[in-house]
Write a protein that binds this ligand. Structure first.
Ligand code: ATP
Ligand code: MG
Length: 581
């Protein structure tokens, strides 16, 4: 296949788009792969579509290879199945809802658990039919709060989603394992650097879940891993080890201290160290953070208090993940005004619980631990407020920031942090959706067996950006061979008829050998062509230029920058070798 730049629907740009922050977004726009239509909505231009299709093909091959079967749902879906699982509400503002001409409610599918479950229920009834895994590669819609970074976070995007249906828990484990292995093969073939981390299950429900994160500084997910063991988790999913409870009897009685002008942890600790004969640190204090939550489909906001050791902030992403599907927001001044018992800077468990606010505490707040915290009175704190004696939280919430150097939850080593882009997610859903739709198989004894499910996603369009994020330099994109829109970029560096003819000949010979060729046969200057070749990022560049009259052409590796003069007679075989290995 020869693609001619002279007629290719492509305009490269010298300037970064104004709205682009991350390299992949800038380069994919500049190199003419995508164009923006609306926030989170992009058109795939010819080169971009080729990359997308290449990725899709790898995903499809690996899914088919383990026996998953491809089907395709509409994106436009009726409301009822999503009402049955409560997701019509739970999805909140992220769901695109619309009405047809008769006034019936529809949605644009954000993910298709309901539809797959109903479809399997419609076709299968006997235990002999199972297990089965179905998938689609299909456009998804989510009205993301922060569509960002071009196709990295779209409001319309392409996802491979698959769903496994098993009779037993062991069967589900095997389906999960099959997906995990397939994802490893997919991301390896795509040349990505990635980690597999424990994840929270979010709005999906269910238990075991892992994410595949492409390592990238610009990623929105933070993950931690242990310096000593294989432990790795999305920070949202880190479970803080719970310390052993302590005896209460030996603790001094709680005492209120006058602590003037100490509205912050720092001022409080300094004051106590200057005015008592004990040594306090921020970790001895308990910070009571007030937030408000809103359940899906409800108008009212409810106050919630979250207590964390004073040396740590509440991590808002961990908080959101812990409270999902509820929305969460910080309190505004007007909320404080309405609840005058909340003395800003001096809030304690006492006033919180006395006024019926749910009070959830960090896992480190175990029975017998003594804390310095607010005394619900301006300029006053209480020292030695003991959990299980002086206050009892309504529950545990694990949302304090996770820091580098924290002990790894598996007890081995300490944590280091890095950032990544979520490219895949695998869940063991269990029976949540099968219960909602009574998906049963008739067992060998004629008794119904409830089916157990898994759900698995790959961000196909996001992968284009994730790969670009990992593979570029300041001159442009550098595609891994398996996804590149062409194998060889032939640059005719000059207007000479002999050069033009030679370029045509090489392109034809390479194409005849089965290689995909991008031929720069434009009338532009060599400088423009070289710059575009770097920008567009085909892994191998063949420059047909001045050396031709001496019988050589230049083969350049886009990634390493290495150049070699190759005799004209050998170059086709040489390139076949480079491309096919
Ligand atoms: P995120 O946390 O990034 O919002 P998610 O956890 O909501 O993603 P899933 O529901 O697990 O996403 O979807 C499966 C996969 O689809 C994700 O792993 C990701 O690769 C991709 N994906 C999700 N949302 C988007 C989006 N807005 N744009 C592009 N790809 C997305
Ligand atoms: Mg996810």
């Amino acid at each position: 296949m020869i693609t001619r730049m002279s007629s290719l629907f492509l305009r490269t740009l010298r300037e970064d788009p104004a709205d682009a922050e991350v390299p992949s977004h800038k380069l994919l726009v500049r190199a003419g792969y995508v164009r923006r239509v609306a926030p989170g909505g992009y058109t795939w231009l010819p080169l971009g579509l080729k990359v997308l299709r290449n990725i899709e093909a790898v995903v499809r091959e690996e899914m088919d290879a383990f026996g998953a079967q491809e089907i395709q749902f509409p994106a436009l879906l009726p409301k009822e199945p999503y009402e049955a699982t409560n997701r019509w509400e739970e999805y909140g503002p992220n769901l695109f809802r619309l009405k047809d001409r008769k006034g019936a409610d529809y949605l644009l599918g954000p993910t298709h658990e309901e539809m797959f479950t109903l479809t399997v229920k419609g076709e299968y009834s006997s235990y002999k039919d199972y297990p089965v895994t179905l998938y689609q590669i299909q456009t998804k819609y989510r009205d993301e709060a922060r569509p960002r970074a071009g196709i990295l976070r779209g409001r319309e995007f392409l996802m491979k989603d698959s769903y496994s249906f098993d009779l037993t828990d062991e069967g589900l484990s095997e389906s999960y394992r099959n997906h995990r292995d397939a994802y490893i093969r997919i991301f390896d073939r795509l040349g990505l650097e990635y980690v597999i981390v424990s994840a929270t299950s979010g709005a999906m429900g269910g238990s075991a879940s892992e994410e595949f994160l492409a390592v990238a500084e610009t990623g929105e997910d933070t993950f931690v891993r242990s310096t000593e063991s294989g432990y790795a988790a999305n920070v949202e999913a880190v479970k803080t080890p719970v310390p052993a409870a302590q005896p209460i009897d030996d603790k001094p009685a709680a005492q209120v201290h006058h602590t003037p002008n100490t509205p912050t942890i720092e001022t409080l600790v300094d004051f106590l160290n200057a005015n008592t004969d004990r040594k306090f640190t921020a970790a001895d204090t308990l910070k009571n953070v007030l937030v408000k939550t809103q359940q899906p489909g409800q108008k009212d906001w409810t106050l919630l208090a979250v207590a964390v050791p004073g040396d740590r902030e509440v991590d808002f992403k961990r908080l959101e993940a812990a409270l999902e599907p509820a929305e969460v927001a910080m309190l505004e001044a007007s909320d404080f005004a309405k609840n005058s018992f909340l003395v800003k800077g001096y809030i304690g468990p006492g006033a919180i619980q006395a006024n019926g606010i749910r009070f959830l505490a960090d896992p480190r707040v175990v029975t017998g631990t003594a804390w310095v915290t607010g005394a619900d009175k301006a300029d006053h704190h209480v020292v030695d407020l003991v959990a299980g004696r002086d206050f009892t939280p309504d529950g545990v919430i694990d949302v304090a920031e996770v820091r580098e150097g924290d002990a790894s939850p598996d007890g081995q080593g300490v944590l280091v942090a890095a950032r990544g882009i979520e490219i895949g997610h695998i869940f063991q859903l269990g029976r949540k959706y099968a219960d909602a739709f009574t998906l049963d198989a008739l067992g060998p004894d004629s008794k119904p067996v409830r089916i157990t499910m898994g759900s698995y996603g790959v961000g196909v369009s996001r992968l284009v950006a994730a790969i670009a994020e990992q593979s570029h330099d300041d001159r442009g994109l550098i595609w891994p061979r398996n996804v590149a829109p062409a194998d060889v970029h032939v640059v005719v560096a000059g207007k000479d008829a002999a050069l033009v003819q030679a370029g045509e000949d090489f392109a034809k010979q390479l194409s005849d050998k089965g290689l995909k060729v991008l031929l720069d046969d434009r009338k532009a200057s060599p400088g423009v062509k070289f710059a575009d070749a770097e920008l567009v990022g085909i892994p191998t560049i063949l420059v047909v230029g001045r050396g031709l009259k001496d019988g050589v052409v230049e083969v350049k590796d886009r990634k390493s920058g290495e150049r070699a003069d190759v005799p004209v007679a050998e170059v086709v075989d040489h390139l076949v070798q480079v491309v096919c290995g």
